[in-house]
Every structure is written in C-alpha cells, then in structure tokens.
Design a protein around this ligand. Structure first.
Ligand code: SF4
Length: 302
C-alpha cells in the first residue's frame, strides 16, 4: 500500500453482497474502513463527509465513480470494483480477503504508462502476387500514396497510366509499426517504361530497403510479422477473397493521415476493421476536404 493508509468506504450494494469489513481491515493495515448499504443514493452524505476529510479515499464501487467524482471535486479518490469481481461471485461469503486485496491494490500508485506516438503520412506499400495488388492500388490511390510490390515473377500487364509505382520484389524481412515500417526486399526491380504486353523488369538486386507508413499484404504468403493481427498499420487480406481485399482497402482509406497515440489508433483500426463505419466517415471527411498534399515523390520504395 502507499505510504499513507487511505480511508476505505465499502458498500454492500443494497445488501446484495456480504461485506467482511474485518477481513478488509486485516488486509489493508492502518486504513480506516467504513461500510455502507447504499452509498451512491441514501448514504451519499456519508461519502461526501469522507471525501471532505482531505485524506486519500478508496471507494469500493466503480459503477458510480462518475457521481462520486462529481460530488468529491478535487478530492483524492480511487475506485475499486469489489462487486462483480468478488461480492457478486458464487464464493461471495469467502470473498473478504479478495476484497481486501483489490482495495489494497487500488491504493498502490499506478506505474508510469509509456506512450508511443504514431505518425503516418499515408504512404502505403501494397504487397501482392498479381494484378490484384494493382487493383487494390487503384482503390486506394486517391486516398494514400501507393506503391505496389509484386512478388516474382510478377507477370502482370503494364498499367495504361502510371498512377503509382509498380515494382517487383520479395520481402525478406520486415520490422516497424504504423508510420515506420522498414522492409528489406530481395529481387527488387523497377519495370521498364517501354514494357509491352507484360511488365519487363530491370536487373533485380537484393537487400533493397523500403520504408512506408502502412502495409497491405495480399501476397497470400506467411505474415510478415508475428502476431500480425496486432500490428497496427499492417493489414492482411486473403488474395482469393475479393470481398476481404475490398474491405481492407476501405479500412485503409480512413488511415490516410494518422496522428495520435497508440491506443487511439488501435481503437480506430479496430473500429474500421469491424464494419468499416469509421473508415466510411473518414472517407467522407477526406472527400470534403480534398486536401491531399502534393508530394514530389513517394517515400515508399527503395
Ligand atoms: S452502485 Fe455502488 S455505491 Fe451504489 S449501492 Fe451499489 S455498490 Fe453501493
């Protein structure tokens, strides 16, 4: 527990759970423990008086934390859930020590949480095995700075208009995260502008490095990352399923320019990936603003 024992207020939630206040006293040495029956309503004055005392206070209820915080103003209040996690369990009669542990844990100062800032300028590498990658590039080119990389032998027809680079290469290694991916590519080659019938590539070279903000992997190969579904900014789609590819493209449109903290963009990615409502909203906003910055050159690509 923290240096100074806090005051503790626990509530039986209208007698729907037993309170073993002596177990709580034993587990939270030195703390003043008081009990209540309906702290958030009939006994709100009891809470108000405890909060006004100036001592750190732990309240054994999280459901009504917003109400308590509003009533307490700037008082030092911490909340612990002893109801769903202990008192409402089938072992409620023996849950006193667990309640004490939960309350004691709440008294511990929380460790510093490291933040990782993610920035994306919307540079995407689409990694595929055939024309599907180019099709995905066409879906995304108005929203993101696209580069398409096709695995060897990359036998694809030349695009009629070069809206985005199409290169050949095999990703040997990948590292990074949303906004800072770094890919090591073997067999990297650019196509000749005179390609006719099928893209013809210059001599390949190994060990080329490509940097980008987002990766759409529709190569059908092994994931580029372990736990790939947890890697923000890296999306995979089954190349055999057109719907899956299109869904991913719609989601990625909402990530054209990304600035924010890790948790924010995790939420955004998940929201986009489940139903794509967020992506559609983002797309609408993008269409309204049409502020795509002119960029002299793609940052992706070796
Ligand atoms: S919601 Fe919380 S404060 Fe209100 S009666 Fe239940 S346990 Fe007590």
């Amino acid at each position: 527990m923290a240096d100074r024992p806090p005051n503790i207020l626990i509530c039986s939630c209208e007698d729907t759970m037993p309170l073993d206040d002596s177990a709580v006293r034993r587990g939270c040495r030195g703390a003043e423990v008081a009990t209540a029956h309906q702290l958030c309503r009939a006994e709100l004055e009891k809470f108000r008086a405890a909060a006004a005392g100036g001592e750190p206070l732990i309240v054994g209820c999280t459901q009504e934390a917003p109400l308590f915080s509003e009533v307490a103003g700037s008082a030092d209040i911490t909340y612990a859930n002893i109801r769903e996690t202990a008192g409402w369990s089938k072992d409620a009669n023996a849950a006193g020590p667990k309640m004490a542990a939960l309350l004691a844990a709440a008294a511990e100062p929380a460790p510093e949480v490291p933040f990782v800032n993610l920035n994306s300028e919307g540079v995407i590498l689409i990694y595929g095995r055939d024309e599907q990658a180019i099709e995905a590039g066409n879906l995304l080119k108005d929203y993101l700075d696209v580069t398409v990389m096709i695995t060897p032998p990359a036998e694809v027809a030349p695009p009629r208009v070069t809206d985005f680079p199409v290169v050949k290469g095999l990703i040997r290694a990948a590292k990074g995260y949303l906004g800072a991916f770094e890919l090591t590519v073997d067999g990297y080659a650019q196509p000749a502008p005179s390609s006719r019938g099928a893209l013809s590539f210059a001599a390949p070279r190994d060990g080329a490095v490509s940097r980008c903000d987002l990766v759409l992997d529709i190569s059908g190969g092994a994931p580029l990352f372990t736990a790939s579904d947890l890697r923000d900014g890296y999306l995979r789609a089954d190349p055999a399923r057109r719907r899956s590819r299109c869904d991913r493209c719609i989601c990625l449109r909402g990530l054209r320019t990304v600035r924010g903290g890790l948790s924010h963009w995790r939420r955004r990615l998940r929201a986009a990936a489940s139903g794509c409502a967020a992506a559609q909203a983002a797309r609408a906003a993008h269409r309204l603003s049409r502020c795509r910055r002119a960029r002299a050159a793609h940052r992706a690509g070796p």
